[in-house]
Design a protein around this ligand. Structure first.
Ligand code: WT7
Length: 635
């Protein structure tokens, strides 16, 4: 029997060693015993990080929805698969059983087929957190179409860029969405995006908020009548293990987002196995991850991982602050949630509210608390541990990335002793390395370096859609034969990892991964702007907030700075979305540059973060005098 469920620390070490000594043998056993394959693999793993090329379970055939739905029907048909909690607490929650999910996914899959979607086609999904989002994801997987979910908080320009990058022919959206007391005109955003997406010929529209919207004849269709007419039978498309399952965009160091491509077989095995262990999932549990399916967390740990284990997974449409800041705890009590997985930014926002909003509710069902998306600071960790877990529910601080597909460094609850701010130990099968800047591996404990992974794992992204060279350059070029994560980390005296933050041009704001380059591109669109540089600075709720240094064009006329700030943020909102707005904008006459013309962001970061005691040597700069000027005018 394989070690599908790790139960104590000794077992963790034993299984970890086994998974590292013989990764192929280890993953073969897990894959063989816990999943449904139409055909077994010819080869467990082939890889070459110099190309880079990684193939898991080559030659195997499967459909991931058979694993997530069909195989549960005999034993769990009447069990709740998706528990939908709507935005408005007085609207009823919806329990979708595995039987119902089967029917709804099949119907949706038939609608896609009837609209001409074929295996390998890309379908863009731009929906709020309603059941149709999970169902449309699964419907794509059922017929072998590649889904590309775009978070419904992205702007029309960001949506259009993503639709065009992967050449989607169809968009699935809704008339609008609820967000606390507000509604958002999603269909209007789609219409605007599609003005520059000539290849989209079909838009399916879910009715959610019942507003009057514009429907383009021939292109736009209400979903419900199509579903009503569709059959509940849909044979799953047989996919190869290495066929792409989905594309998910993440920001990078240039304006163009990176469409990370995830495979079918390896992704399924790793998402399911990590879910089982990292949340110590048991049959009667009610698991809730508060992320949006528009992010990788939602893909792996709301949809695929839980459903592959036959779990009940909560989907929450609302926000933590509506109707008040007690909403999360009200939902935990209402559905007797056993595992609760959220982001440090949410924890910090909730910790600012009075404890009476927590104490009102019975949280005794909780067994495991999770954190993801950014480093969790000590204060937030303790607040979460003391007030939500009542010191009885271990916190799993899970480090991973869109690119990794699944959780990589994490405690296993009730197994790994936790330590505040530490993601602790590598998960089974994961071989981390810390590297110094010269490319040497830092061996032993009590070292601090750049976090890399030495060996392939099943759910790693296989490429960037349409740009394999960029995949290689971004992740496999910094260090030979290593996957480079972009994060810094330290390993303490017992071998626990602590993630110290990004070492590249990505800034994590409220758990959202933002590249500085696309934001700078947006700022520079303003006709009055000559040049700009964006850095992060510490923020007590968001983790990091954005600070913009902006050089204005010299036109001779004076401009109102407050108006300019508003206009710049308006452009950012249009190009990327409100999450990328700048908290502070300092107008400056120059930016510190190296002699080769590169902006010295390190200095700008220190000034923005009010940490100017140790700026380092600035005398080698092209223009050292601007540093003092910037410091004198810091906001
Ligand atoms: C980046 C990846 C993984 C799903 C959500 C984010 C940061 C993520 C942690 C953590 C410290 C973390 C890293 C990483 N990050 N989890 N537990 N502790 N930092 O996915 O948008 O691809 O962002 O988020 O910097 O590289 P993503």
């Amino acid at each position: 029997m394989s070690n599908y469920h790790i139960k104590h620390l000794e077992e963790y070490y034993q299984v970890y060693r086994k998974s590292v000594r013989n990764p192929e043998g280890f993953w073969e056993e897990i894959a063989e015993e816990h999943f449904m394959w139409r055909k077994k693999w010819d080869n467990v793993l082939s890889w070459d990080f110099s190309k880079p090329e990684v193939k898991w379970f080559e030659g195997a055939q499967l459909n991931i929805t058979e694993n997530c739905i069909d195989r549960h029907l005999a034993t769990r048909g009447e069990k709740t698969a998706i528990l939908f909690e709507p935005n408005n607490p007085s609207d009823p929650a919806e329990h979708i059983t595995y039987n119902q999910l089967h029917q709804r996914v099949n119907k949706f899959a038939n609608v896609l087929k009837n609209q001409g979607v074929q295996k390998g086609d890309r379908v863009c999904i731009y929906l709020p957190m309603i059941p149709e989002l999970a169902i449309s994801v699964l419907a794509c997987a059922r017929i072998g179409a590649i889904h590309s979910v775009v978070f419904a908080g992205f702007s029309s320009t960001a949506l259009a860029t993503r639709i065009n990058d992967s050449d989607c022919k169809m968009v699935i959206t809704s008339d609008g969405s609820y967000r606390g007391a507000k509604t958002i005109d999603l269909k209007g955003i789609v219409d605007e995006a599609l003005e520059i997406c000539p290849d989209v010929n079909t838009v399916l529209v879910v009715k959610r908020i019942n507003t009057d919207i514009n429907m383009v004849t021939g292109r736009d269709h209400w979903l419900q009548p199509l579903l009503d007419a569709a059959s509940t039978d849909c044979e799953p498309e047989i996919m190869n293990a290495e066929d792409p399952l989905f594309i998910l965009y993440t920001s990078g160091s240039t304006g163009q987002p990176k469409g990370m491509v995830h495979s079918t077989g390896g992704y399924m095995v790793y998402a399911a196995y990590t879910f089982k262990n990292v949340f110590q999932y048991r049959e009667k549990d009610v698991y809730w991850c508060t992320a949006d399916i528009g992010w990788i967390t939602g893909h792996s740990y709301i949809v695929y991982g839980p459903l592959a284990n036959g779990a009940t997974t909560v989907m929450f449409e609302g926000v933590p602050s509506y109707p008040d800041f007690g909403r999360f705890w009200e939902v935990v009590q209402k559905h007797k949630v056993t595992q609760f997985y959220t982001a440090p930014t949410a924890i910090r926002a909730l910790a600012k509210q009075g404890l009476e909003l927590v104490e009102k509710y019975d949280l005794s069902s909780l067994k495991v608390l999770g954190s993801v998306g950014e480093p969790i600071n000590e204060e937030a960790w303790h607040w979460y541990n003391d007030n939500i877990g009542k010191k009885n529910s271990p916190i799993v601080d899970t480090w991973w990335q869109t690119e990794t597909g699944g959780i990589m460094i994490t405690p296993i609850p009730y197994v790994t002793p936790t330590k505040p701010t530490y993601a602790t130990l590598p998960f089974i099968g994961i071989q981390p390395a810390l590297m110094d800047e010269e490319g040497k591996e830092l061996k032993g404990n009590q070292v601090d370096g750049r976090l890399c992974i030495k060996y392939p794992w099943p759910s790693m992204a296989r490429t960037i859609w349409g740009n394999h060279q960029r995949y290689k350059d971004t992740y496999f070029s910094a260090y030979k034969n290593m996957y480079f994560t972009g994060d810094g980390a330290l390993r303490d005296e017992v071998g626990y990892y602590r993630i110290t933050g990004r070492v590249d041009d990505v800034i994590i704001v409220s758990g959202h991964n933002l590249g500085t380059a696309p934001i700078e591109d947006a700022v520079n669109e303003h006709p009055a702007v000559a040049e700009s540089a964006i850095v992060g600075f510490p923020h007590d709720v968001k983790g990091n907030a954005l600070y913009g240094y902006v050089i204005l064009k010299d036109t001779g006329e004076s401009r109102n700075h407050d108006n300019l700030r508003k206009e710049i943020n308006q452009i950012i909102t249009e190009h990327i979305g409100p999450i990328a707005k700048l908290d502070k904008i300092q107008f400056t006459s120059g930016l510190p540059k190296t002699r080769s013309g590169k902006i010295m962001r390190r200095i700008l970061r220190k000034i923005a973060g009010n940490d100017t005691s140790n700026l380092g040597d600035t005398s080698t700069l092209l223009n050292p005098e601007v540093v003092q000027d910037i410091m004198d005018n810091v906001l």
